[in-house]
Design a protein around this ligand. Structure first.
Ligand SMILES: *Cc1c(COP(=O)(O)O)cnc(C)c1O
Length: 494
């Protein structure tokens, strides 16, 4: 399998696609074709999660052996997730949910961020890359922790995470500063998130400093959500959900399902569309947004317009006005015409919007969009908890509400799986608020109250925060991040 850029430059190997992250022409890598697996579905249906994941990865990472990929999937998921990795269960009132959040950071990004570092590490071996990789992350909270967990202990990689000193919650800070692993580093930056992010961007673009890093045996890379190595592992769980729904008698083998996905950067739902292209019987993909509903409008009108107010909502991981991974879907919708695609991306950059024509709009007919504001999201959490006894976080609730509205409008009762992207404990204060409860104390106290209220066990990942030692006390000015990196590298394992 080779990878081509959405903007038209020549093809690269799977290893290079992962190591490069973004294509040299600024486009995103897409597989040259979609492997067809319809005939395999029955054979795969009883595999454990890790084995299924390795099967699917092996179709895309053709320069890796099946054994290597299985070893990566096992070390990514085993012991860090429950035995079944992704529980799939009926909510009680209709849809199924697949819970993608039983990993180290209680959110769905673990599904991919546990695999990507291992793919990167092997890709370096395969391409003969001599430098080790140094990942820099500026984080407003959650992504930093998920990346730290993913890279911790992975050979030939090191990771340094920068967060705004007073700009993350107490629990988010605790999660990061207690991170174990001798190839990880965490530092608070005096300033806000933009200061940390600008600092990281400047360092990436500083040729002089890249030279200094290189002398120490490292090159920079990013663990960005547009990396093909983050998208590919997400395809597996749509197959998994289908098999588990069949196992539980909700569908017969070969029947179609719908899926509803709380969407931000369009990575998760795009993985569902790839699964469909490979032959998984998915009918409609329901793209759920919060008040930042640029995608809802796009599916309705064919106009993608980011010239609008940006809202902070209760589902912060979906607060996005530019969904980077949509570029991959637009490329397919344009019949893989990279000139046409580049034109749209230029329009977006220069004018703040683009419009697709009727034929391209038709290519999006598998998708439908909808959105929920914060009040409706809270009402959905309360309703589903009170009527169905199922507790959802604020992101999953958006998808659940949009799904219900979809049924109301269409009467389409096709069995549906909702992608549940975060544990309700990850957003305990807001979930308690939605249930009309107040509590005293910090976020951990909120989690304890939520456990008592719901009867759910307090996740051990949260419980542990009370007792684990703080390992990363560094604080620096944004002008001192380079010095901080050099100090870290002088201690990091080679
Ligand atoms: C990242 C994230 C999303 C959005 O996923 P995309 O792949 O960016 O569309 C939704 N929910 C949660 C909890 C997330 O962390």
């Amino acid at each position: 399998m080779r990878y081509i850029s959405t903007r038209g430059s020549g093809s690269v190997s799977p290893s290079d696609a992962v190591l490069l992250g973004i294509a040299p022409d600024g486009g995103l890598f897409v597989p040259e074709q979609f492997p067809q697996v319809k005939d395999q579905l029955k054979n795969w249906s009883s595999l454990p999660y890790e084995a299924l994941c390795a099967k699917i990865l092996s179709l895309y990472f053709t320069d890796f052996t099946q054994e290597e990929l299985l070893a990566h999937a096992v070390s990514a998921y085993q012991g860090k997730f429950p035995a079944q990795v992704v529980p799939v269960r009926p909510v009680g009132c209709g849809p199924f949910v697949m819970e993608l959040w039983h990993g180290p950071t209680l959110a769905f990004k673990d599904m991919a961020l546990q695999v990507l570092p291992r793919l990167l590490s092997s890709a370096m071996e395969k391409t003969g890359e001599e430098k080790n990789i140094l990942i820099l992350v500026a984080t407003s909270g959650d992504t930093g922790k998920a990346a730290l967990e993913g890279f911790s202990g992975v050979a030939r990689t090191a990771i340094s995470v920068y967060y705004p000193k007073d700009g993350v919650s107490a629990a988010q800070r605790l999660q990061m500063v207690t991170q174990k692993g001798d190839n990880v580093h965490v530092c608070a930056v005096r300033g806000n998130f933009d200061d940390a992010q600008t600092g990281v961007k400047e360092i990436f673009g500083d040729g002089n400093f890249c030279g200094q890093i290189s002398e120490k045996g490292y090159r920079f890379s990013s663990a960005n959500s547009i990396n093909w190595g983050r998208l590919a592992p997400q395809i597996a769980y749509y197959f998994w959900a289908y098999f588990k729904m069949a196992e539980q008698g909700a569908i017969h083998f070969g029947d179609q399902i719908n899926t509803a996905v709380p969407t931000g950067n369009f990575g998760n739902i795009l993985a569902a569309w790839y699964a469909k292209k490979m032959g998984l019987p998915i009918k409609t993909l329901i793209c759920a947004s919060n008040r930042n509903n640029v995608l809802t409008d796009f599916f309705q009108t064919g106009v993608y317009d980011r010239r609008r107010e940006f809202f902070r909502t209760l589902s912060p991981s979906m607060d996005i006005l530019i969904s980077s991974n949509l570029e991959r879907m637009l490329y397919e919708a344009a019949g893989r015409d990279s000139l046409r695609l580049s034109g749209l991306m230029d329009d977006l950059k220069q004018q703040g919007f683009f419009e697709v024509d009727k034929s391209m709009q038709a290519a999006f007919s598998d998708f439908t969009g909808g959105y929920l504001d914060d009040n409706a999201t809270k009402a959905e959490i309360a309703r589903v908890f009170n009527e169905c006894g199922y507790l959802m976080d604020t992101h999953t609730a958006v998808a659940h509400g949009v799904y219900r509205a979809y049924i109301g409008e269409t009467g389409d009762y096709t069995p549906t799986v909702i992608a549940s992207t975060a544990s309700p404990f990850k957003f305990a204060p807001d979930v308690l608020g939605a249930l009309g409860k107040s509590w005293e104390g910090d976020e951990l106290a909120a989690c304890e109250y939520l456990a008592a209220l719901s009867g759910l066990p307090l996740p051990q990942q949260i419980e542990a925060l009370r007792t684990v030692p703080i390992l990363h006390g560094a604080v620096c000015d944004k002008t001192a991040m380079r010095q901080d990196i050099l100090e870290f590298l002088s201690k990091a394992p080679k």
